[in-house]
Design a protein around this ligand. Structure first.
Ligand code: COA
Length: 339
């Protein structure tokens, strides 16, 4: 191996909780309709974790599948990272819980928090660390139980989210023309009030004292607060910019892209990005109709689905992107390494 290895995705996995909630069912909880949800967001249903299922449970299922797919065991790993907004605990990290569920120990584990952009951020972070030679094999999981931080009486948010986990095994190897390319990441914290959830302790933090009061539940967490149409406008705009930027830094043209694997927030946002790329919709991987927005899990879940159903072919160029609270957004580019 040369001194700067190339980082490849060697395996993928995914897990969705058994329980499916349809729009019809939701319309019995809040004043909404299947027609409204489908036409405004493209969502038909979402999976919800059972009362006794935590983010680490979903993550462990997806992790096992990705390890099997890569043909390795947890003992072969050098690090484990979980991208999540809904950790089991404030600390220790969900990653450390998953490590112990996989019955291994010793290698470093940490969580990364960039909300719906968590997987895209983590992939960029790990690519840099692995290229620098810190780790050879890493398990990266995006996992969320968004249902736990929703206000089920707020029709503006509860219809949009779901639970799930997706995972990839990353491996440093030879440069064979495939693997991860350069990523671009951005954040603008001045937008933080448009999309957030707060822990009770944060009420005391000086930098949040001017924020509007939030209702804190018995567990000490406020539900997701969102100004949807303002988020929508900025998301379309920033995603349009970031896909151009990631193509530019990698010296790639629009017509070279084989697959767009976007964060699955709203079909109208996905379509706007595909249009910006002049990419036919069939070249975009869509799961939002069945999964809704699973935050940091949505990109690896979509990647796993397209890998398993045979859409992704070795050497094809993939563009991954996400937009999130913060606002934090970014994109990764890679050539698919698997046969
Ligand atoms: N069912 C029925 N009506 C609803 C509704 C629901 N679930 N949620 C909101 N409405 C109503 C609103 O109250 C509003 O009514 P009014 O005109 O009488 O005031 C009307 O529908 C239009 O609301 P608006 O927010 O302008 O709709 P929209 O076309 O912007 O779609 C979203 C709403 C939330 C689907 C859309 O803005 C969106 O997807 N935003 C981005 C969200 C996102 O991606 N978040 C995560 C980023 S990672």
């Amino acid at each position: 191996m040369n001194s700067f290895p190339t980082i490849h995705i060697r395996g993928t996995g995914g897990y969705l909780p058994e329980r499916v909630m349809t729009n019809q069912e939701l319309s019995q909880l809040v004043d909404t309709s299947d027609e409204w949800i489908r036409s405004r967001s493209g969502i038909a249903c979402r999976h919800l974790a059972a009362a006794d299922e935590c983010t680490s449970d979903l993550a462990t299922h997806a992790a096992r599948q990705a390890l099997d797919d890569a043909g390795i065991t947890a003992a072969d790993l050098d690090a484990l990272v979980v991208a999540t907004t809904t950790p089991d605990l404030i600390f220790p990290s969900t990653a450390s819980i998953v490590q112990s569920r996989l019955k291994v120990a010793g290698f470093p584990c940490w969580d990364i928090q960039a909300v719906c952009s968590g997987f895209v951020y983590a992939l960029a972070q790990l690519e840099g660390m692995m290229r620098a030679g810190m780790f050879r094999r890493v398990l990266l999981i995006g996992a969320e139980t968004m249902s736990g931080i929703l206000d089920w009486q707020d029709r503006g948010t509860c219809v949009l989210f779901g639970d799930g986990a997706g995972a990839v095994v990353l491996e440093a190897g030879e440069d064979d023309g495939c693997g991860l390319m350069r990523s671009v990441l951005h954040c603008d914290g001045s937008y933080r009030e448009l999309l957030m959830a707060r822990h009770a302790r944060c009420q005391r933090a000086p930098n949040t004292k001017n924020m509007p009061a939030l209702e804190i539940d018995a567990a000490g967490v406020s539900a997701i607060q969102m100004r949807g149409n303002e988020v929508f406008r900025v998301a379309v705009n920033k995603l349009g910019e970031v896909v151009q930027e990631v193509m530019q830094v990698n010296g790639v043209a629009q017509q070279d892209i084989d697959w767009l694997i976007p964060h699955q927030a709203n079909i109208r946002i996905l379509r706007a990005t595909a249009k910006k790329l002049q990419l036919p919709e069939e070249r975009m991987v869509v799961t939002v109709d069945r999964h809704a927005n699973t935050s940091a899990a949505s990109v690896p879940l979509a990647l796993n689905e397209a890998a398993r159903d045979g859409r992704l072919q070795r050497g094809q160029l993939l563009l991954l992107e996400a937009f999130a609270g913060g606002f934090a957004w970014g994109a990764n580019m890679l050539r698919w390494s698997r046969d």
